[in-house]
Design a protein around this ligand. Sequence first.
Ligand code: FAD
Length: 456
Amino acid sequence: GKKLVWFRQDLRVRDNPALHEAANEGEVVAVFIEAQEQRKQHHESAAKVGFIFDTLLELRSELNELGIPLHIKTCATFTDQISALQQCIKEYDADSIYFNREYPVNEMERDKELVERLKKEEIAVHQYDGDLALEPSLVKNKQGEPYKVFTPYKKAWIEIHKHSPIEPLSSPHKQTSNIHNQVTEDFSQEYRHDLWQAGEVAAHERLNQFLDGVDQYKDQRDIPAVAGTSFLSPYLAMGSISAKQCIHALLEHYDGDEQKLYGNTWFSEIVWREFYRQILIDNPQIAKHKAFNTSAKEVWVNNKEAFEAWKEGRTGFPIIDAAMRQLNQTGWMHNRLRMNAAMFLNKLCLVDWRLGEKYFMEKLIDGDFASNNGGWQWCSSTGADGAPYFRIMSPLSQSKRFDPKGDFIRKLVPELEGLDNKSIHEPSVEQRKKVGYPEPVIDYKSARKRALELLS
Ligand code: FAD
């Protein structure tokens, strides 16, 4: 019988354990099944869905070159996905199924259900870990317990890496099969094609280009007006590149010098990605709208007016509005601004972080449950190793510090274009009136004072 490879968030041919192993065992047929209703329930954005669809077309051409067909199907829910897979097994005459694990709760429950059903039909199920660079079961403290704080987690991560270096898998070997009648159920959606080129090849090009200038990352990563980060997040989110490949490429860039790798800031960010995934695996309750730290104060009053203004980028705080418009227009937001936008909504406007988390998911092309939830809970001080409750970023001082000349604001909030470098951060009442830019939706000083009182 054939080997059915079920693609999910691992849309690549290289460094794909499930695909690699299946191809070692026999003739492979690959399938992707988009659960459209489920995707909506998880609030994932149209941009992300569209980018996934185009990534699949790229993946298909890579797979076809290896002699492997890829069927692209759609259904409604995760339950339907299971039935669709059972159907595929019959239709393609498969005797086993291969996939890489996904860690959010509904995905894990679905996979468990699938395993039980296929057991009855005597179909072998092979599951692998391909999403994290280090297998999630490895990074534990001396007592065998999961870490809750980033720095010791990273230290332990590095220790493991020192003893078992990472070797990404190559492409699977070619097979000789006739490719015909590949199913394509179109679920394409609009996104910014001009900014995001789908697929594994594009992802590696981006990585290589970024690595050429990686030594500037540390100094440039916080300046939103500069393209100082890798922009790899959408590719990592749908797995057209793996964390392993990123770390391995960085180590190669340093000619195998591990000390340089471990001291690199970008490496640390990839480890943050691993950390938040590990937190999710060990604390599945966070996928059910629970705070990681259940004793953290939750005092949200859900200021509706501020929430609407925030979503639309008209809070009257130029840096926050620039950030939200970047999100709405491109599907991506700079990390420095994600923190600012999140703390503004949550701590200064006292809107529940869960609402902000959901809105981000609805817009982000790189929307990823573990990283998004981790980021929001960090900002709201409810999370694993979150910011202390009294840390509230001031939009004005952050704006002056990280966008000193207002270049970023000018680009995203064009009505403020004509303002000088100083007043662009905080236009006067007259300046606002003149260009039709709104008054601040909250009074910063009193909002900060109120938050500190309520959260302490
Ligand atoms: P780079 O700076 O080049 O970093 C490389 C990679 O490391 C990123 O692609 C990402 O995979 C990982 N990474 C970097 N920073 C973080 C971080 N703080 N936490 C976890 N992983 C990180 N990232 C997402 O991928 N999806 C999300 O839905 C998401 N939501 C966020 C929400 C909030 C409130 C905050 C504060 C952060 C969020 N992040 C999220 C993390 C981070 O902002 C983005 O990963 C980053 O901006 C993506 O740009 P880049 O690829 O150029 O990053």
